[in-house]
Design a protein around this ligand. Structure first.
Ligand code: ADP
Ligand code: ZN
Length: 660
């Protein structure tokens, strides 16, 4: 349909032909086409797309279509080799220059660039700003500058890289070369900062939908996070690759050990490990099937492994931006994936404490508090989680809900918690007014429940008039109520011991001028999919792997056979398996069972080069399966009920931890 897309005919056909021929994809996604058209025509662009949205094609195709080399600035030198390998597997002439290379290797890339033999050249920002590099670039022909992870220029973000500030010189030095800046960080403030600091005043802004419909968002009350995590992994993601985020190095180490001890292969990743160990663990994650990385936020940026099936948080992230970026690393291939988080009272207390006792001025604290409040609102909402996330990024959610988050699948009940809130607040007031004391949440809950613990007796708290007035609710419900009051700003945390104090708005609750609506705590803290409680009919129930979830049982052995073939290819070539083919491609192959090389070429993700390299190999695997009749002999795993496992008892005390 020439011209229908708004592209000039020639450019349209060239961009689209490149998409088909090189990448083997049928059609552009969302904003890709508009971005590519604009950049191919020589315009500057700022592209905001969620993680996994398809940013790479936005600069790779212009680099292939325009004459010269596309120069990609990326902060992640550890990943450049893999990125270049993946492009070379597609037949794209790609190279990189960074500090991991020796002199000769670098010389060779330089020569290729000068000879016009590179389609794409990846550089770290600290290398780009060197005079020697700038001189080199001046002597070759550049088609486009792509600035990846452009939010690294923002001083407010946790990914700030001072070297990014120097990138504004690109526009001054190469005014005729289009520049495209890309990021998954979406707030308007970051937007403006990028435009200004990179010197992109006339760049057109492309804002893609931030929805990632294949990711299921779930947030469960935290009881014993390691055990809950284990149940979640065993029931829904056995054998899958995924990332578990913890806030402290200590809990990263302990969680990785715990998973390994329980038969799930997991490796730690945090800033306290030496560079060699970190690189080795990252490399294993990219290369092996089904490895779990337990990490602090130091892990993950720029990792484009497409088949990460879950991202789990065992601690509350500090902001929605961070949470969305981290969870976005799941399911880049578009297949069903899960973003799972366990969140509890102690998270709120710790995070509030951290902000108050941390470094930074008042403005910094206010910002951090606003970020945390938005995160808490997401955790405590009784509405669609996806809706809340999209609204946060300024986008219109579906008013009917998404149907693929825990609150949509199992709408939480709410209850009038006004009296409960009054009881909690009065206890805080009594302690302070009558005794001049402040205590943490645990003591308040013990007093309400009328528990004569050692600490209650020591302080004579059984003599308070509020002692035992909360026996109508259980401990979990009280903890939940305290957590929600903290989230709603009706109660606050103070000092190093996390003592509870009133806020300006507490009075309105005590005076009964304000109603407090609370979410009901589930009877059992669920580590498993809330939507699966209806039995074994839920997606994924009865199947170990989410990837295979929508493949019929007869096709599973064929899928596994292709994966085994792929693993062998990957091992031989020393590249990650997804560089050969994505899971999504293997899935389409077994579903369509192509009979010829030509037919195989119409499968998504099978471009010209891959067809030439692997076409015969894939068909041979299929032929062998035909012969052995293996496809018919499938025996799916017995179905497991989502509720079958015994649930951990709630932990008595929140665990103190070393925070980083
Ligand atoms: P981002 O950099 O925005 O996180 P990527 O560029 O890594 O995302 O793309 C995410 C995934 O989507 C990749 O596996 C990529 O191959 C795939 N993809 C991107 N564009 C298309 C398309 N038009 N059709 C099919 N798959 C696509
Ligand atoms: Zn929803």
């Amino acid at each position: 349909m020439p011209g229908a897309t708004g592209l000039p005919d020639a450019a349209e056909s060239e961009a689209l032909a490149t998409l088909h021929r090189v990448f083997g994809y049928e059609a552009f996604r969302g904003e890709q086409q508009a971005v590519i058209e604009h950049v191919v025509a020589g315009g500057d662009a700022l592209v905001l797309m969620p993680t996994g949205g398809g940013k790479s094609l936005c600069y790779q195709i212009p680099a292939l279509v325009r004459p010269g080399t596309g120069v990609v600035v990326s902060p992640l030198i550890a990943l450049m080799q893999d990125q270049v390998d993946a492009l070379r597997a597609l037949g794209v002439r790609a190279g990189f220059m960074n500090s991991t290379q020796d002199f000769d290797e670098r010389r060779m890339v330089e020569a290729e660039f000068l000879a016009g033999e590179l389609d794409l050249l990846y550089l770290a920002p600290e290398r780009l700003r060197l005079d020697a590099t700038l001189d080199l670039l001046s002597r070759g022909k550049i088609s486009v500058f792509a600035i990846d992870e452009a939010h690294c220029v923002s001083q407010w973000g946790h990914d700030f890289r001072p070297d990014y500030l120097a990138l504004s010189l690109l526009g001054e030095r190469w005014p005729d070369v289009p520049r495209i800046a890309l990021t998954a960080t979406a707030t308007r403030a970051t937007h403006e900062e990028i435009t200004q600091r990179l010197g992109l005043p006339s760049a057109r802004h492309f804002v893609a939908s931030f929805d990632r419909p294949n990711i299921q968002y779930r947030i469960v009350p935290k009881a014993d996070p390691k055990k809950q995590l284990l149940s979640f992994l065993r029931e829904e993601h056995a054998g899958d690759a995924g990332i578990v985020y913890c806030l402290s190095r200590n809990s990263v180490e302990r969680t990785a050990e715990f998973l390994t001890a329980n038969g799930i292969e997991a490796v730690p990743y945090h800033a306290g490990l030496d560079a060699g160990t970190r690189a080795a663990h990252q490399s294993r994650f990219l290369r092996e099937d089904g490895l779990v990385v337990v990490a602090t936020i130091a892990f993950g940026m720029g990792i484009d492994k497409p088949d990460v099936r879950f991202v789990a948080h065992t601690d509350l992230p500090k902001s929605i931006e961070g949470y969305y970026q981290e969870t976005g690393r799941a399911g880049r291939d578009g297949l069903p994936s899960t973003a799972w988080m366990a969140y509890g009272l102690n998270d709120v207390i710790q995070q509030r404490k951290l902000i108050q006792s941390g470094e930074g001025d008042e403005a910094f604290r206010r910002r951090a508090t606003a970020h945390l409040d938005a995160m808490l609102a997401l955790c405590e909402t009784a509405q669609c989680r996806r809706g809340q996330l999209l609204a946060y990024f300024g986008q219109e959610p579906d008013p009917a809900g998404c149907g693929n988050c825990d609150t949509c699948l199992t709408p939480p009940e709410t209850w009038d918690g006004t009296v409960a809130a009054q009881k909690i607040l009065s206890t805080v007031v009594r302690l302070q007014r009558e005794r001049g004391q402040k205590f943490g949440a645990l003591q308040i809950v013990d007093i309400l429940l009328g528990k004569r613990t050692a600490k209650v007796i020591q302080f004579d708290h059984d003599q308070l008039s509020v002692f035992g007035i909360g026996s109508d609710l259980g401990e979990g419900e009280w903890r939940g109520a305290v957590r929600q009051l903290l989230a709603q700003g009706l109660l606050a945390v103070e000092g190093d011991y996390g003592t509870l104090v009133l806020t300006e708005t507490s009075g309105s609750v005590l005076r009964a001028e304000r109603e407090v609506l609370l979410r009901k705590e589930p009877k059992k803290p669920s580590g498993s999919r809330s939507g699966g409680s209806s039995g074994s009919s839920g997606r994924g129930a009865g199947k170990a792997r989410a990837v295979a979830a929508e493949l019929s049982a007869e096709l599973l052995p064929a899928f596994e056979a292709l994966r085994a073939w792929r693993a062998e290819q990957a091992r031989e070539q020393g590249v990650p398996a997804y560089v050969i083919f994505h899971d999504a491609t293997l899935r389409e192959i077994v579903t369509r069972w192509p009979a010829s090389v030509r037919e195989l070429g119409t499968v998504g993700g099978v471009g010209e080069k891959k067809l030439a390299t692997y076409g015969e190999g894939v068909l041979a695997v299929l032929a062998a399966l035909n012969e052995s009749g293996a496809a018919a002999g499938a025996s799916p795993e017995p179905a497991r009920s989502a509720e079958a496992d015994d649930w951990p008892e709630p932990a008595d005390e929140p665990e103190p931890d070393d925070w980083i």
